[in-house]
Ligand binder design. Structure first.
Ligand SMILES: Cc1cc2nc3c(=O)[nH]c(=O)nc-3n(C[C@H](O)[C@H](O)[C@H](O)COP(=O)(O)OP(=O)(O)OC[C@H]3O[C@@H](n4cnc5c(N)ncnc54)[C@H](O)[C@@H]3O)c2cc1C
Length: 342
């Protein structure tokens, strides 16, 4: 089968923030062979290319003279179980939320805390998606990649992926050097609920559930996310626009003197994670807009495209939020989505 080509291509509908931008062409690949051929052709012609999943963590801020390679590789396969895990290999083009729901229907829990995160399976290791007490690194055994230097396929173990908070090797050494074609998950044979996160515990409690099943947690996560986060199909957004900043304990002590109610989460290395949404909210920025780009009035951590936002609106808004938070709290915010071009 031939890959699907289309050129020149509007990127507005293939990234959830929905800015106006074009690529030279967009190619959807359905097999590893097609992927390797397209990459080889681009490399030989000296053409720039960019890999795209579902565009929920990517913001195209201007036209890009590049081929966008969209991952259309599909397939889910149960592998031989290991001692404490069932193992599942999933192709990069599969939709993340559909996978989570399907594993529950198969009676294989373990991913339910990550329900309703938009995007593709291939992108989940890139920023080590996480929510409500779980990170995907907790469930990944290995990641299959096309190495763009050698054009060989190889498997990286979870340790080699160097996962950490919203981070992995795919944002550093392997940025623009690897395309993820499949992820192998290790789901626990003896499942235990991860339900201590405040919003989830509250939601379960209000339904009178004290011993939750995986389906209960899934439902709670879906309910909490639906009530808190703007739906990108209704209003363009890229989810959390800023990472939660991690600071030294002494910084928290100073902030606590002025804001005793500041939200913080202790980290294993002794530092603390602050809630970026809390900082933006307390800086009075909820609903603040530059042109068509605004801080969501539902959730301060999310920037939205109210309609017709331009890249310059978004850049202006990002700078205003960063400057205001830095002046008020002395804390630097860092955007989470991938801005193209950087
Ligand atoms: C409403 C909303 C809520 C969200 N909530 C969360 C949340 O709770 N937790 C969280 O962690 N994230 C969240 N996100 C961010 C986003 O859902 C994740 O980052 C997701 O994994 C992105 O998947 P994608 O396929 O859309 O990636 P894309 O935006 O298409 O790509 C993101 C990056 O990964 C690279 N990439 C994509 N596929 C591949 C591949 N196969 N191989 C190599 N590189 C690849 C791209 O080049 C790009 O750099 C949210 C986003 C939205 C819009």
């Amino acid at each position: 089968m031939m890959p699907e080509y289309s050129d020149p291509f509007s990127l507005q509908a293939v990234h959830t923030f929905g800015l106006q931008a074009h690529a030279r062409r967009l190619v959807t690949v359905q097999s590893e062979g097609q992927l390797r051929d397209i990459v080889a052709a681009c490399q030989q012609a000296g053409e720039t290319f960019f890999v795209l999943g579902e565009g929920s963590n990517t913001v195209f801020t201007t036209d890009v003279n590049a081929t966008v390679i969209r991952m259309g590789l599909m397939g889910r396969q149960w592998l031989e179980p290991a001692s404490a895990h069932v193992r599942l290999r999933v192709a990069a083009g599969e939709n993340w939320h559909e996978l989570v729901e399907w594993t529950l229907l198969q009676g294989r829990p373990g991913l339910e805390n990550l329900a309703l995160i938009p995007g593709s399976v291939g992108a989940c290791p890139v920023q080590n998606i996480g929510a409500y007490g779980l990170e995907v690194m907790d469930r990944i055994e290995s990641v299959r990649i096309l190495d763009l230097a050698t054009l060989e396929f190889r498997e990286l173990s979870a340790v080699e992926c160097r996962f950490s908070y919203r981070d992995s090797i795919f944002k550093h050494e392997l940025s623009e050097r690897a395309v993820i074609t499949a992820v192998t998950f290790a789901l626990p044979l003896r499942w235990e609920p991860v339900a201590s996160y405040a919003d989830i515990a509250r939601c379960l409690g209000s339904s009178g559930i004290s011993v939750p099943t995986a389906r209960d947690i899934f439902n709670a996560v879906v309910a909490v996310r639906t009530s808190k986060l703007p739906d990108p199909r209704v209003m363009g957004n890229a989810g959390s626009f800023f990472k939660n900043p991690i600071v030294d304990g002494s910084v928290l002590d100073q902030l606590r003197a002025s804001w005793p109610e500041i939200v913080s989460y202790p980290q294993p290395d002794g530092r603390v994670k602050l809630a970026a949404g809390w900082l933006i909210d307390k800086a009075g920025l909820k609903g603040f807009a530059v042109g068509g780009a605004a801080v969501s009035d539902k959730q301060a951590l999310v920037l939205v495209n109210r309609g017709g936002a331009t890249a310059s609106d978004l850049r202006g808004l990002v700078e205003h939020v960063k400057t205001t938070v830095a002046e008020r709290f002395g804390v630097e915010l860092e955007p989470e989505p991938v801005m193209v071009p950087k």
